[in-house]
Ligand binder design. Sequence first.
Ligand code: SF4
Length: 370
Amino acid sequence: MIPRHLYVHVPFCARRCIYCDFSIAVRRTVPIDEFLDALVLELEHRSEHGSANSSPLETVYFGGGTPSRLGGEGVARMVAIVNQFHSIAAAPEITLEANPDDVSAQNAERWATAGINRISLGVQTFDDSTLAWMHRTHSAAQARAAVAIARCAGIQNISVDLIFALPGGLNRSWRDDLDEALALEPDHISLYGLTIERGTPLARLTASGASALAGEDTYAEEFLLAHATAVAAGFEHYEVSNFARTGRRSRHNSAYWAGAQYLGIGPSAHSFDGERRSWNVSPYAEWVSRLAGGSSPEEGGETLSVSNRSAESIYLGLRTAKGYRAEAADLDVARSWAGAGWAAIDDETVRLTPEGWLRLDSLAAGLTGF
Ligand code: SF4
């Protein structure tokens, strides 16, 4: 495996957000040393087994969880550990996911000197009562301040995450959230349409009737409003859930969507070597104890068949503005999409429109590769 893209999963969160089913470890105090020691053991293990041998990394993505909870020094040490095992290409993209309440001037300056050059900020909404409903740990004012602090520290490439299709009874306006986000002049915006995941606090609330998700019409209206608003503000809608200013697409996520090889370390992290996808154990304690005991943290893997890979490349292509080059049989199907306003066809390349992205899964399922 010659990965040029590294994902590091940092599982710690102060508490679980209402909608979140990610692999996280809720900790009041983050066991920074224990986590970083285990990270070293995983990189050593992967070096010995040939899956972390270096070609220069073009992108590194510290995701979670909440990697910013490692603080200034913790993140700097994590970056140094990556540098111990991998060389880094010229002009890399090194992203840190951060929650606004962790973005102090001191932390941001340390992150910048350590090499972090992109922040993905979990803003979600600018309505404080909705942030409280979500169990977020920060306020809208902290989100606004975090953007200014990061820029002041020299981290210029900033993405903000927003959530749409929230339950109707909440005191928030999607239009206001979009306007507030754009007023911060981010380089990139990622959207998440709220869904109910099993086992989350939101699943329990909806099951009890205390909350109800927005309907399909609201979901579609808000998605299309985001498209129109961001494009009018100069963003490119380059993937179903992502918008970027020119030159500011997420290089790391774009590598996933292009089917590139990547290495993932940390609990629950996935890796892909071009043919086989593998994943680590999810529980933090098990990940630590396996590594401490000299065992592999890998829990499972699957080698993708030719048909799996074909289906995946169609799906990934349809997610992006790049589209996918269709076989003759699929072109007939795609022409019917174009007639409905769901796709555009240029030569043999099929690109979904925003209306088409609303139907991404069902359209992809109708193609021959699936
Ligand atoms: S901060 Fe992110 S990872 Fe942590 S609980 Fe909230 S949504 Fe999940």
